[in-house]
Ligand binder design. Structure first.
Ligand code: T46
Length: 134
């Protein structure tokens, strides 16, 4: 059984060929949760690091549908991972209670498939609070 307490890469089908182009599809049975929100970020300057937070309850799948995103994740058990998203059919599952930071190439377009509606109270934006040191 899949472990949904850790980040992992998810490969979505890539249908097509170079002369026609491609389509990728996320069917609900391939997703670890039922999406309630989708948002996207783009034109992030290369010297900006986004993220720097965790969520109490939110689970997400991040995709770089264009460009490249480097994601670092940290779990409360201290496990730190680094992921490079540079294929439009490759997603990164991020579990609840997972600190993350993201760096983008300027042409990167990030799509986030999220398990819940936006709720600022679900964010932990202070790293010491995330670690339980405050
Ligand atoms: C995450 C990473 C991957 C809203 O008003 N509604 C929304 O649905 C979202 C996502 C954001 N906002 C507002 C809140 C902030 O004033 O947009 C502003 C930027 O949000 P944030 O600072 O959270 O942006 P990122 O890029 O650091 O983080 C976002 C998501 O918020 C977050 O859940 O995990 O992308």
């Amino acid at each position: 059984m899949k472990d949904y307490s850790r980040p992992f890469l998810l490969e979505f089908p890539k249908v097509g060929n170079p002369s026609l182009g491609f389509i990728s599809i996320a069917e609900k049975e391939d997703l670890p949760f039922v999406p309630k929100r989708i948002y996207w970020t783009y034109y992030t300057p290369e010297d900006v690091e986004r993220g720097g937070h965790s969520h109490f309850d939110l689970q997400q799948i991040l995709l770089a549908v264009a460009g490249k995103i480097e994601v670092t994740t940290e779990l409360l058990n201290g496990e730190k991972l680094h992921f490079v998203l540079d294929r439009p059919n490759m997603g990164l599952f991020i579990p609840k209670m997972c600190w993350r930071t993201m760096k983008y190439t300027h042409n990167a377009v990030q799509i986030c498939i999220a398990s819940n509606e936006y709720d600022e109270k679900d964010y932990i934006r202070d790293y010491q609070i995330f670690l339980g040191e405050k």
